[in-house]
Design a protein around this ligand. Structure first.
Ligand code: ATR
Length: 273
């Protein structure tokens, strides 16, 4: 039996087992995928134990993503540039690290908004945390000519911009509305709009219907941002797809099948939110 799982601290909230176990069942694969709770002090030794137990690999979530990259033997260019890994593959006692968050983000947009192109105009990214970093990497890799970055804490956005160079322009959180009319793709990478968080407190009145709007928040599925964009006539893409698409490369590496994302899977995950 092929064994995999997801490592985090805490791990109870993870939806990854629903996704991978759905695919194991769908493709009739003799495999398992479980939640593994490891506190940060135990991360490195815990991963070694999983390797010794014959695991094929694991997904890694908060707070271990940077450490996962650090302990790897080899890492993809995208994991190195993002500075974190969410997917580890164990082979011949070596650890291969990848980061599939950004590619999950892009694959979701490509599959949900068929007309959308990353390279036809500037993107605006709201937020400057780990999610923003993987999304900026992927947008640039897809040819986005310019990225306007806004974050509550300006300095944090500047630090992120330094990593990616002169295609990134940092703007003040209060100036978002000035730049919105020119934007091809608007992405919320902050927690704002999520159940239990405050709502996105920015002026969206200058948004036009030419902008594709997406949110990485998927609980609720229709965030206030998505609702406002729909009312403006924008194409919108919810955040659940990113969660589903980021799981594809890991599943393929461990279990040998490229899994498809279907409506049953979306419904299964939604039912557990
Ligand atoms: P992740 O790694 O998942 O992206 P994170 O590093 O905690 O998470 O980043 C969360 C993002 O949400 C940050 O951009 C944060 O802004 P700060 O850098 O100023 O903290 C943003 N965020 C969180 N609460 C916010 C709020 N009330 N208003 C505006 N932005 C907020």
């Amino acid at each position: 039996m092929i064994k995999a799982g997801v490592v985090g601290w805490p791990i109870e909230q993870s939806k990854s087992p629903i996704i991978h176990n759905y695919w194991l069942d769908k493709y009739d694969i003799n495999g398992s995928y479980i939640k593994i709770s490891l506190n940060p002090e135990r991360f490195t030794s815990g991963i070694k134990e999983l390797i010794d137990e014959g695991y094929a690999g694991v997904n890694v979530t908060v707070p271990h993503k940077e450490n996962a990259l650090r302990i790897s033997t080899f890492a993809t260019d995208r994991a190195n540039k993002i500075g974190a890994a969410n997917t580890l593959i164990f082979k011949d006692n070596k650890i291969y690290a990848d980061n599939t968050d950004g590619t999950g983000f892009i694959d979701n947009l490509k599959n949900s908004a068929l007309e959308w192109r990353a390279n036809v105009g500037p993107a605006m990214v709201l937020g400057a945390g780990g999610a923003a970093r993987s999304i900026i990497y992927s947008l640039l890799a897809q040819g986005t000519p310019k990225i306007i970055l806004a974050n509550r804490t300006y300095e944090r956005a500047e630090k992120l911009a330094d990593i990616f160079g002169n295609k990134i322009s940092v703007i003040d959180w209060n100036n978002i509305s000035i730049h919105l009319p020119k934007i091809n793709t608007l992405i919320n990478t902050t927690v704002l709009g999520m159940v239990g968080s405050s709502s996105l407190n920015v002026d969206l009145n200058t948004l036009t219907s030419n902008t594709l709007v997406t949110d990485i928040v998927y609980n609720p599925l229709i965030t206030p941002l998505i609702l406002k964009a729909r009312k403006t006539g924008c194409t919108t893409v919810d955040g659940l797809g990113m969660l589903l698409y980021q799981a594809v490369p890991g599943f393929k590496s461990w279990f040998g099948v490229e899994p498809a994302i279907d409506e049953i899977l979306r419904k299964k995950v939604l039912a557990e939110l």
